[in-house]
Write a protein that binds this ligand. Structure first.
Ligand SMILES: [Zn+2]
Length: 217
C-alpha cells in the first residue's frame, strides 16, 4: 500500500509561491501563498490530491511560517500499531527530504550551512534513486545538527527559507534597499536580528515564527 506512487511522493513538495500564483489545473488563485509543486508546476491541495499526490506525506518547505492549522495527526490516529509505524516512517522521510532540499538547493547560497557531505544523496534524490539508508543518514545529520550545529538545525533551515523567500519577494515588489541588505545579512549569518525580523514582518504577507539559533540552548 505504501509503495504506490512512491516516486510521485518524492517528487512533489509544498513550497511558497507568489501571492498572485494560480493552480495549474483549475486556475484558482493560490491565496495562501503556498502550493504543492510537482514537475515545476503549482497545484492547490485538492487538485494535487486528484493527481494522486498524498499531500500529508510530502516534504513541506514552508514550516517556518505560522500555519493556520498545524498538522498534528501523525501519532494520534487510532489505527493499529503497524499503521502508526508506517505513518511515523513517512513523517521521518518527509522531514529528511525537506531538510535535504533546503540545505542542498534552496539555501545553498548560505555558506554557513553548506555541507558537501550531502551532495551525493541530493543527486540521488534528483535522480529518483534515494533509498531508506540515505534517509537514515540524513536523519543522523539532522540529530547531530540539533545538538552541535544549531545553525544547520532543521528549525533554522525552515526559518531561513521562510525569511529568504519573503525577502526576495518583497525586494521584487518594493525595490527597497533594506530588503537587499537583510538578504546579505542572512547569507552571511544564517539568521536575522530581531530588529530586522520585525521590519520584515511589517511587510510580509505571511507570518513567520522567529528563531535565533544562537540563543537556543
Ligand atoms: Zn486547482
Amino acid at each position: 500500500m505504501i509503495e504506490t506512487g512512491e516516486i510521485i511522493k518524492m517528487d512533489a513538495y509544498i513550497d511558497f509561491v507568489e501571492t498572485d500564483a494560480r493552480c495549474f489545473m483549475c486556475h484558482r488563485p493560490l491565496s495562501s501563498g503556498k502550493a504543492v509543486v510537482f514537475n515545476k508546476k503549482n497545484f492547490g491541495n485538492t487538485c494535487a490530491r486528484k493527481r494522486g499526490i498524498d499531500v500529508s506525506n510530502i516534504p513541506d518547505l514552508t514550516k517556518g511560517c505560522i500555519a493556520e492549522t498545524e498538522n498534528t495527526e501523525i501519532v494520534s490516529s487510532g489505527i493499529g500499531k503497524k499503521g502508526v509505524d508506517l505513518k511515523y516512517r513517512d513523517s521521518v522521510k518527509q522531514k529528511c527530504l525537506s531538510y535535504l532540499i533546503l540545505r542542498c538547493d534552496k539555501l545553498k547560497d548560505i555558506k554557513k550551512i553548506q555541507y558537501s557531505g550531502l551532495n551525493e544523496i541530493y543527486s540521488k534524490y534528483t535522480n529518483h534513486s534515494i533509498n531508506q539508508d540515505d534517509i537514515r543518514h540524513i536523519s543522523n545529520i539532522i540529530n547531530l545538527a540539533e545538538r552541535k550545529f544549531k545553525e544547520s538545525s532543521i528549525k533554522n533551515l525552515y526559518f531561513c527559507y521562510a525569511v529568504k523567500y519573503q525577502l526576495e519577494n518583497l525586494k521584487k515588489r518594493y525595490h527597497y534597499e533594506i530588503f537587499d541588505s537583510f538578504l546579505i545579512y542572512l547569507r552571511k549569518h544564517a539568521t536575522l536580528t530581531i530588529k530586522q525580523f520585525n521590519v520584515l514582518m511589517q511587510y510580509s504577507p505571511v507570518k513567520i515564527k522567529y528563531y535565533d539559533y544562537q540563543s537556543d540552548e
